[in-house]
Design a protein around this ligand. Structure first.
Ligand code: BEZ
Length: 221
């Protein structure tokens, strides 16, 4: 494989749901980190932004920062990334703190060699060859990728949806249930459809469930 083929292969590396999060070392605003060194009992939300000192990115990073306590309460570490230097990151963090009082108190990777962006499919050359798209990777405590979002450069993400999806993943794991359209904490959840006739008969006689039909039933947690 020649260099160009190698480079192309790297660019199209797209970790998918169910894959293990590729390991890497990187320099961040909180020093050197290694993905595999994150605490074994924590979720990680890793997200990229196209560039420091840009308007949409400033609103998004401020959103992550102001709602960090909600990620904390979901046992989740935040990890930002862009293809900018640590120097630029520090300048931007300080600039936003001076302007708005919001402090980006989580590590932001300085991915100037694009190593991590390429490894995680954040560099999507038909959108931009020099900036990462707006990606979000939800990584569980076993380091498995559980949900991926990709947004283009010109549309900011929705922090309510990022937190809702994280809560839904964790609640689904804990109670072995599925989450219906627009599920949010407190709503009923979907119980798995029966797999045998015995389970079907039990289901039909279970008055504690809200049943639309035998295969679609909900319960409160
Ligand atoms: C922004 O964050 O506003 C932005 C960044 C890169 C390209 C376009 C917009």
């Amino acid at each position: 494989m020649n260099n160009e083929e190698l480079l192309n292969k790297e660019i199209i590396s797209m970790p998918r749901i169910g894959d293990m999060a590729p390991d890497f070392e990187a320099i961040t605003t909180k020093g050197k980190i290694k993905m595999s060194d994150f605490a074994k009992d924590k979720w990680i939300v890793m997200f990229s932004h196209p560039a420091d000192f840009t308007p949409v990115c400033t609103t998004e990073m401020s959103g992550f920062a102001t709602r960090k306590n909600e990620f904390d309460s979901l046992n989740t570490e935040l990890l930002g990334l862009s293809i900018d230097s640590v120097h630029a990151h520090l300048g931007w963090v300080q600039n936003v703190r001076e302007n708005t009082g919001v402090y980006f108190d989580f590590p932001i990777i300085a991915d100037i060699d694009m190593k991590v962006s390429k490894l995680y499919g954040m560099l999507q050359p038909n959108e931009s060859e020099t900036a990462a798209v707006r990606a979000v990777f939800f990584i569980d405590p076993t380091k498995k990728i559980r949900l991926v979002m990709y947004y283009p450069l010109n549309v900011g993400r929705n922090m309510d949806e990022i937190l809702r999806a994280l809560d839904a993943l964790q609640t689904s794991d804990k109670h072995k249930v599925s989450m219906p359209l627009d599920w949010k904490r407190g709503d009923k959840v979907i119980v798995s459809p029966p797999k045998t006739l015995d389970e079907l008969n039990t289901r039909l006689n279970d008055d504690s469930l809200e049943k639309v039909d035998w295969y679609l039933a909900k319960k409160s947690l």
